[in-house]
Design a protein around this ligand. Structure first.
Ligand code: 5GP
Ligand code: ZN
Length: 114
């Protein structure tokens, strides 16, 4: 989608520190990390928010989660754990309107989140 920053990253129109990629998913480092490990896991297909998913997107969503776990395993996060977060909409703090999961690790996290 034009003017979507994450589509531009997926299309290599703007640079990002990419750590994993397959046909449907891209994983790259967050430019403003909130934890020692802070990656963004996105579907290459432009979908604005979780509310915009359709039945046909279930496979893509599965691929996104599998890619997140694959990268977490590669980073040896199995013992310490990690957090996988998808903000949906304004009050949840979604700023970039292209579905993305934050993969966070490397420090303890509070629950409930702020
Ligand atoms: P949100 O608040 O929408 O859930 O998260 C958006 C995230 O995208 C933020 O953590 C922000 O730091 C990150 N971000 C925004 N623009 C860019 C960018 O151009 N490149 C990268 N790598 N991350 C970005
Ligand atoms: Zn997009």
């Amino acid at each position: 989608m034009q003017d979507c920053i994450f589509c531009k990253i997926a299309n290599r129109e703007i640079p990002a520190d990419i750590v994993y990629e397959n046909e449907q998913v891209l994983v790259f480092k967050d430019v403003n990390p909130a934890a020692p490990v802070h990656l963004l896991v996105i579907p290459k297909k432009h979908i604005s928010t979780l509310f915009d998913l359709s039945e046909g997107d279930s496979g893509i969503l599965g691929q996104v989660q599998l890619a997140a776990v694959r990268v977490a395993r590669e980073l040896n996060l199995g013992e310490q754990g990690f957090r996988l977060v998808c903000n949906c909409g304004r009050e949840a703090g979604q700023v970039v309107m292209h579905i993305h999961y934050h993969l966070l690790a490397g420090r303890p996290f509070q629950w409930p989140p702020g």
